[in-house]
Design a binder for this molecule. Sequence first.
Ligand SMILES: Nc1ncnc2c1ncn2[C@@H]1O[C@H](COP(=O)(O)OP(=O)(O)OP(=O)(O)O)[C@@H](O)[C@H]1O
Length: 310
Amino acid sequence: MITTTNLTKRYGNSVALDGLSVEVKPGRVTGFLGPNGAGKSTTLRLVLGLDTPTAGSAVIDGRPYRELRRPLHRVGALLDAGAVPGALSGYHHLAALARSNGIGRARVHAVLEEVGLASAARKRTAGYSLGMKQRLGIAAALLGDPPVLIFDEPVNGLDPEGIRWIRMLFRRLAADGRTVLVSSHVMSEMENTADHLIVIGRGRLIADTGMADFIRQGSSGSSVTVRTPQGADLEAALAAAGARTRVLADGAIEVLGLPAPRIGDLALARQIAIHELTPRSASLEEAFMDLASAEAEHTSHPAAGAEQDN
Ligand SMILES: Nc1ncnc2c1ncn2[C@@H]1O[C@H](COP(=O)(O)OP(=O)(O)OP(=O)(O)O)[C@@H](O)[C@H]1O
């Protein structure tokens, strides 16, 4: 488990992270979301002991990273896939890492196989595509078979097959009971991958919730798309039942506030023909955008009594 307590980081006068307290639990994939500059990378760097907090703490299974002996056995991380020494082959890069953590050659071969790089293992990494470098970074994270895994923007550079592969890998790692923390700005990918979400903005926690709950609460809600030759009649009936409607450019009616079965029943009772009735859930991206605009609104017009920065 990863735990941050009141984690704070200031750079001069600017606050990158402002008292973040979260627990990243094992057995599930946790998505780490936030707009640019929210403090995601700063958080990951502090968790991995690459920087020192101004206040608060970050621990992995109860210990700061810097106190871990042979850390690759405790936590694996992919931060910047591009940052591999180009002169080495993938194999030699991993072998050097393995040696420093007392890990044998057999494991190097196993992780190369696992990430699909076995055939390119002897080539210099300078000639690797971004996707291959991502795979090599993932292999390095897996090397010590650690219970905690951290991936910063792991799908960058991967093709659709690679993205599918990584999604399955994360699911499998979580199903093994590991803690998997994945930061990404690719919302659609996160929606298919993460079970749980931690959302931050301006260095503060905005949401720490299950994926489905986040989409339900954060967005203006699901809608139903309806097509009917009797649009005016249906709109009147829906309005009387308390739903909100909007006619889309192609003539379909978008209905908010009533589920599809109620709309169907209502139409039947009034003998209104229905040609299409499609429930549509809000996407993670929509929920996130709603939340981000609510945050921006709150920050630009702080309500009376709300917290204000001095
Ligand atoms: N070394 C540094 N010196 C000064 N300011 C920094 C430094 N590192 C980060 N910051 C600032 O801290 C804030 C948080 O940055 P951070 O990179 O953690 O955000 P992020 O959520 O990872 O953003 P992105 O999605 O753009 O990577 C930003 O305002 C950034 O400019």
